[in-house]
Design a protein around this ligand. Structure first.
Ligand SMILES: Nc1ncnc2c1ncn2[C@@H]1O[C@H](COP(=O)(O)OP(=O)(O)OP(=O)(O)O)[C@@H](O)[C@H]1O
Ligand SMILES: [Mg+2]
Length: 455
């Protein structure tokens, strides 16, 4: 008997200190075996309610997540594209698009809160009914003289503790569907394996030497999910000390070739060799270290001009920067800036003109000093004079480098040692300007159209 009382007291103490639900149930049973069924029944009903809530709230929570994505996208587009929106006088359309997105999001959140709002009174109703049941049956048992009033009071206390536990856990559980939706999104991002990974047996630091610096062997490539290949059976080679130009209509695959050289995508067929090494067997670091790239869309980081120029070579000296800037024909405009090389660059380089940005991107690539340079339509925003001056200085300064120049203007590439004419992903002709004028009808067409336009 003494042992039982000690156990009872210990359990009671633990219950009040830590609040353990099983203790509360056991204590109720110890006080009255007849009344324990009431909180147990309440527990079952409560759990069913939580299950229903979980099932109803889960899909809504998930939709909320996709709506939040959409809201973010629309807000970003409206902010970044504000000039285009104003220029096209599209404000009312954009406003409607934003409104629709926000309303859809708000509808979802209201729906979810309605479900929770319904849940709340039900919880209180269950609590009330349970208490009434305890008092009712307890009173009946007292009248039958099978239990005492003190026991009813104790059972009521324990029932309150049990139901409070359940209510608290319900509060946490209703957060679970949203939590699961968020976790799924996070793990989706974390689990995404990079498509391009270094080969385990990649050749560490292969020397980028030899005359044939880039070789394409029967290369075909399609973007993921695309039906048609973008490039078909390309074979060509770019040599050190020579300029290879790539010309072709928009969407013919010129930028894709540049991206493949940098191994931003893996090819499906054929082989790309850089200095005799298959690029899939090289480490990405070594490959990209050997290539200096000027992207088609001039992109600058926020910071200063000098910081931007040092992107590819952080230890470049001031003299290196000056030399690159001189070749890139950017000297004149940088010297007119009050802070010169320390002038601030706004986000996305928005405080510079298109041509200035392009010249800074070219200078950035030149500072890096690599054996291979890729200029993806990098002279397009330059006037003819600047374009010509830049090309002649480039040729002089980069005598031993392999230059790959993607261009739309024939005048930018007619001096190239080799011109590749692309037609819808296939090579329509390879040769020098005069050879192509003679043998390649597509090149002739491009040349004729440009001569007519300029004439
Ligand atoms: N990331 C991508 N995902 C799917 N398709 C793409 C992607 N980038 C380009 N394409 C498609 O590949 C084709 C070639 O694009 P690419 O950018 O190489 O053309 P381009 O010759 O550089 O054109 P431009 O002269 O306009 O710069 C296009 O039809 C384009 O729609
Ligand atoms: Mg392009």
């Amino acid at each position: 008997m003494g042992l039982q009382v000690a156990k009872h007291n210990k359990r009671n103490q633990r219950l009040h200190q830590h609040g353990c639900i099983s203790d509360a149930v056991v204590m109720t049973g110890m006080v009255s075996m007849e009344l324990v069924y009431i909180p147990l029944a309440a527990m079952v009903i409560f759990m069913i309610l939580i299950l229903v809530l979980f099932k109803k709230a889960s899909p809504v929570s998930r939709t909320i997540q996709t709506r939040v994505d959409r809201v973010n996208r629309i807000v970003r587009e409206s902010v970044v594209g504000v000039r285009v929106i104003r220029a096209f006088d599209n404000t009312s359309y954009e406003q409607k698009r934003s409104d629709d997105t926000f309303v859809a999001y708000a509808d979802n959140v209201i729906h979810l809160n309605r479900i929770f709002a319904m849940f709340n009174p039900m919880v209180w109703a269950i609590m009330g009914i349970t208490m009434v049941a305890v008092v009712w049956f307890g009173g009946y048992l007292v009248l039958q003289a099978t239990t005492q009033i003190g026991s009813i009071m104790a059972v009521m206390q324990y029932t309150v503790i049990i139901l409070m536990f359940l209510m608290m856990s319900a509060m946490v559980i209703v957060m679970v569907p949203r939590m699961i939706a968020c976790l799924e999104r996070i793990s989706e991002v974390l689990d995404t394996a990079p498509e391009i990974a270094d080969d385990r047996e990649a050749v560490a630091s292969p020397s980028v030497k030899g005359s044939k610096l880039i070789v394409f062997n029967d290369v075909s490539f399609s973007y993921q999910g695309a039906e048609e290949p973008v490039l078909r059976n390309l074979s060509f080679c770019c040599e050190a000390g020579k300029t290879t130009a790539i010309i072709g209509g928009t969407g013919s695959g010129k930028s894709t070739i540049a991206a493949l050289m940098l191994r931003l995508y893996d090819i499906q067929e054929g082989q790309i060799l850089v200095a005799g090494n298959d690029i899939r067997r090289m480490t990405q670091h070594d490959l990209r270290e050997s290539i200096s790239y000027v992207p088609q869309k001039a992109f600058l980081f926020s910071g200063t001009i000098a910081e931007n120029l040092r992107t590819g070579k952080p230890d470049a000296t001031d003299a290196d920067l000056r030399q690159a800037v001189k070749i890139a024909q950017a000297e004149a405009f940088i010297t007119t800036l009050e802070a010169g090389y320390q002038s601030p660059v706004a986000q996305g380089g928005s405080n510079f003109s298109g041509g200035q940005k392009q010249r800074l991107c070219i200078a950035r690539a030149l500072v890096k000093k690599a054996p291979i340079y890729i200029f993806d339509d990098s002279f397009s925003a330059l006037d003819y004079q600047t374009d010509a001056a830049l090309r002649s200085e480039l040729k002089l300064a980069m005598k031993d480098a392999c230059l790959i120049v993607v261009a739309q203007r024939i005048s930018s590439i007619m001096d190239a040692d080799q011109i590749i004419v692309l037609d819808n992903g296939s090579i329509a002709g390879i040769g020098r300007h005069e050879e192509l004028l003679r043998d390649c009808s597509l090149y002739r067409e491009i040349a004729d159209s440009q001569v007519k336009r300029e004439g």
